[in-house]
Design a protein around this ligand. Structure first.
Ligand SMILES: [Zn+2]
Length: 494
C-alpha cells in the first residue's frame, strides 16, 4: 500500500492562507510547477534555497508513493531588468556587456546552475523547458486572451487589460491586493508609456531594431512578456488543472498574480490547486545584495574563498543548514550558524555510520513505531523539516545509548530504525554522508602524508621502483605530488 494512503499531508496554500489537506486532482499523481532561474548570472544562494525547498517537497511526495511530474523552467528570454515592462532584457544586456551571443550567456549560466544543484544533491526535475522553446505556445495564449477581450494591441505590442479582466474576475487574490488600492497608490502613466493603465502588463513586446532576441508574430517581430512563459509551459506539461505551483515569495506579486490572470483570461479558470511559496535567505541579518557586498556565491562557500566565513563548508553541511529552517520562514546565514550546523550534521552522520552493527536484544527500550510516526507527523505538517530533524536527533540519542550498552533494541526494531533514518536523512532531506571540507579531507591528508613518508624512505633506500609506483598511482587517483627543496607537497584535482 502506498504511504500517502495512511500519511495525511497538509500544505500551506498561499491562495487561501491556510493549511489544507493535500488531495491531488488525480489520485496517486502529482503535477508540480516551479518557476526556475533567469540564466544571466551565477545562481544566487537565495535562489538555491528556494529550489532546495521544492527539491525536498518533490522528494517527500515521491517518498509517500506519489508519481510526480515536476516541471521547473529555465527563463532564457523576456525577463526585463525592472521585473516589469521596463528596461533591457536581462540576458540581452549581459550579452551586450560581454560581447557574446545571448545563447552563450544562457548556456554558460544554465551549466553553472546545474553544476551547483548537482553539488547540493538535487534530483533533476522531470521536465526542464525553456521560454525560447515555447514561443509558439505563448503566441497562441496571447491570441486567446485577445479573442476574449482581455488584452489590446498598441504599436505592435500586446498588453493585458487588468481593469477589464477585473470586471469579470478578481485581480490580486493571491497577493491579497485590491485593484482599486493599486490604482490609487500608483503614479500617473508617463507620457511615453503606451499602456492604458499602469497595472497592465506586456504579453508581447515589440522588438526595437537593436534588440537581438526576437521572433515573428502576428503583431510583428518581438518577444514574449516574462509572466507568459510560465502559463504556457505549466499548462502544456501539466494540463489545465494541476496540483502545485511553487516559487520564491518575491514572485507572488506580480509574477504569479499575472500567471493566474492570464490562465483565467484564456481558459476561464486558474489551473493551480495549491500555491506554495518559499521564503528568503539573509546573510548576517541583512538582505543579500551584490551592490552592498553582502553577498556570497555557493562555490565561494564550498571553497572557503570569501571574506565572510572563517572556513569552507561542504554542500551537505549547507544543505543541512537550510533544512534546519521551515521553508516558509526567513533563514539567516552566518559563520556561527554554519559552524553549528556542521557539528549537528557530523553528529547525525556519526550516529548513522555503523547502524548495521548495532547489537540487538529480545526487547526494545523505546517505542520505535511512535518515533517513526513523529517523523512523519512533522513532514505531514507542511513539510516541517526543523521538527523532523529534532525527531531524528531524538533517534540519535537512542542510537548512542544503545551503542554504549545503556539501552536495548530488538532485531525487528533495528530494521525499522535503519530504514527510517535512511529514508528521512538521505531520500527526503537529500543529505549525503560525506563532508568534503571536514573530517574526510583531514583523513585524506593523513593518508597522503603517510604515502609521501613511505616514498621518501623508498628513495633513501634507492628503491625507485616503489617510489615511482607511489607517485604514479597517486597521480592516477588525481593526487599530484610536487618535490622541492623544502620537501614534498601534494594537490588534489577535483
Ligand atoms: Zn514563473
Amino acid at each position: 500500500m502506498q504511504l500517502y494512503k495512511t500519511q495525511h499531508l497538509k500544505v500551506y496554500n498561499s491562495l487561501s492562507s491556510t493549511k489544507e489537506l493535500f488531495e491531488p486532482i488525480n489520485e496517486g499523481h502529482v503535477g508540480m510547477y516551479v518557476c526556475g532561474p533567469t540564466v544571466y548570472s551565477n545562481v544566487h544562494l537565495g535562489n538555491c534555497r528556494t529550489f532546495m525547498s521544492f527539491d525536498m517537497i518533490f522528494r517527500y511526495l515521491r517518498h509517500l508513493g506519489y508519481k510526480v511530474r515536476y516541471v521547473r523552467n529555465i527563463t532564457d528570454a523576456g525577463h526585463l531588468e525592472g521585473d516589469a515592462d521596463q528596461g533591457e532584457d536581462k540576458i540581452a544586456k549581459k550579452a551586450r556587456l560581454e560581447q557574446i551571443e545571448p545563447m552563450e550567456v544562457v548556456q554558460r549560466y544554465t551549466v553553472d546552475f546545474h553544476n551547483i544543484l548537482q553539488k547540493f544533491n538535487f534530483l533533476p526535475p522531470s521536465i526542464e523547458p525553456t521560454a525560447t522553446g515555447h514561443i509558439i505556445e505563448q503566441i497562441e495564449i496571447i491570441k486567446e486572451i485577445l479573442d476574449k477581450g482581455y488584452a489590446y494591441e498598441i504599436n505592435d505590442s500586446v498588453y493585458f487589460d487588468v481593469k477589464k479582466f477585473n470586471e469579470d474576475y478578481e485581480y490580486g487574490k493571491l497577493s491579497g491586493r485590491k485593484l482599486e488600492d493599486m490604482i490609487s497608490n500608483t503614479r500617473e502613466l508617463a507620457a511615453q508609456d503606451e499602456k492604458k493603465n499602469p497595472q497592465d502588463f506586456a504579453l508581447w513586446k515589440k522588438a526595437e531594431p537593436q534588440h537581438i532576441m526576437r521572433w515573428p508574430s502576428p503583431w510583428g517581430d518581438g518577444f514574449p512578456g516574462w509572466h507568459l512563459e510560465c502559463t504556457a509551459m505549466s499548462t502544456k506539461y501539466l494540463g489545465e488543472n494541476f496540483d502545485i505551483h511553487g516559487g520564491g515569495m518575491d514572485l507572488k506579486f506580480p509574477h504569479h498574480e499575472c500567471e493566474i490572470a492570464q490562465a483565467e483570461a484564456s481558459n476561464g479558470h486558474s489551473p493551480v490547486k495549491y500555491w506554495l511559496h518559499a521564503n528568503m535567505l539573509t546573510l548576517n541579518g541583512k538582505k543579500m545584495a551584490k551592490s552592498t557586498g553582502n553577498n556570497i556565491l555557493p562555490n565561494e562557500i564550498f571553497t572557503g574563498n570569501n571574506s565572510i566565513l572563517s572556513k569552507a563548508f561542504s554542500p551537505s553541511v549547507v544543505r543541512f543548514f537550510m533544512m534546519q529552517a521551515h521553508y516558509t520562514s526567513i533563514l539567516d546565514l552566518s559563520n556561527e550558524a554554519l559552524l553549528a550546523s556542521e557539528k549537528g550534521y557530523q553528529r547525525l552522520m556519526e550516529a548513522i555510520t555503523g547502524l548495521d552493527g548495532l547489537n540487538t536484544c529480545a526487547n526494545s527500550d523505546f517505542d520505535i513505531k511512535e518515533w517513526r510516526q513523529k517523523c512523519y507527523d512533522a513532514m505531514n505538517d507542511d513539510f516541517n523539516t526543523p521538527i523532523l530533524i529534532a525527531n531524528l536527533f531524538e533517534g540519535v540519542k537512542h542510537i548512542n545509548l544503545i551503542k554504549e550498552g545503556k539501552e536495548q533494541l530488538s532485531e525487528e526494531d533495528k530494521k525499522i530504525l535503519i530504514e527510517t533514518m535512511n529514508s528521512f536523512v538521505f531520500d527526503v532531506l537529500g543529505l549525503e554522508n560525506k563532508n568534503d571540507s571536514g573530517k574526510d579531507s583531514e583523513k585524506l591528508s593523513g593518508v597522503v602524508e603517510l604515502l609521501i613518508q613511505l616514498r621518501n624512505e623508498a628513495r633513501a633506500n634507492k628503491d625507485f621502483g616503489t617510489s615511482d609506483k607511489i607517485r604514479d598511482q597517486l597521480a592516477a587517483l588525481g593526487v599530484q605530488l610536487k618535490d622541492s627543496k623544502e620537501g614534498t607537497t601534494f594537490s588534489v584535482s577535483s
